[in-house]
Design a protein around this ligand. Sequence first.
Ligand code: URA
Ligand code: SF4
Length: 202
Amino acid sequence: DRTATHYMPQQSDLDSLREAAKCCHACDLHQFATQMVFGEGAKDARIVLVGEQPGDREDIEGRPFVGPAGKLLDNALARAGVNRNEVYITNVVKHFKFTERGKRRLHKKPNSREIFACRPWLEAELAAIQPEAIICLGATPAQALLGRDFRISKSRGQVLATDWCKRTVATWHPAAILRMPDVSRREQMEQQLVGDLRLSVA
Ligand code: URA
Ligand code: SF4
């Protein structure tokens, strides 16, 4: 089966990668999404944040973390003293996956084949940036970078070395915090997200 490797450009800079990813057909997701959503941010970023895949809003705007989860992330970054303009934000999977419910498009988790197919884009982004810290937002990026057996519930907030960077930290996905019905638990998770962001930039 094809992976994104098949669509890699000659040049490995971020602009060339983004252009090339627009033509990626390594999995079926490109057929249904509005557009490819590549990572964005500072080319000399010291910190890279990695989410799962674009959501409904991101698919429409063509930018990562601009919907409700993005608003929560923006707020957490501000509380952690991190400027969004100084980091690079991306996703493991670059096309939105959804099921239609009437007029609404509900997010669907990417499967392992889609994650495997898309992963070369993330690896190329990390190779181009060579960040000092990587923050995995939720299980999908954590398992992609820290191993299939990684559990956020068990190892959240630990600073771990990976092939890409000495400081890799996994934390809650902002969307998981938004879905939490219990208010005090939600506030606790939000505080942990802020703490993990602070820790990773320390
Ligand atoms: N959730 C993600 O994982 N990524 C986005 O870009 C938006 C929501
Ligand atoms: Fe390519 Fe990733 Fe889009 Fe699949 S989701 S078509 S692998 S860019």
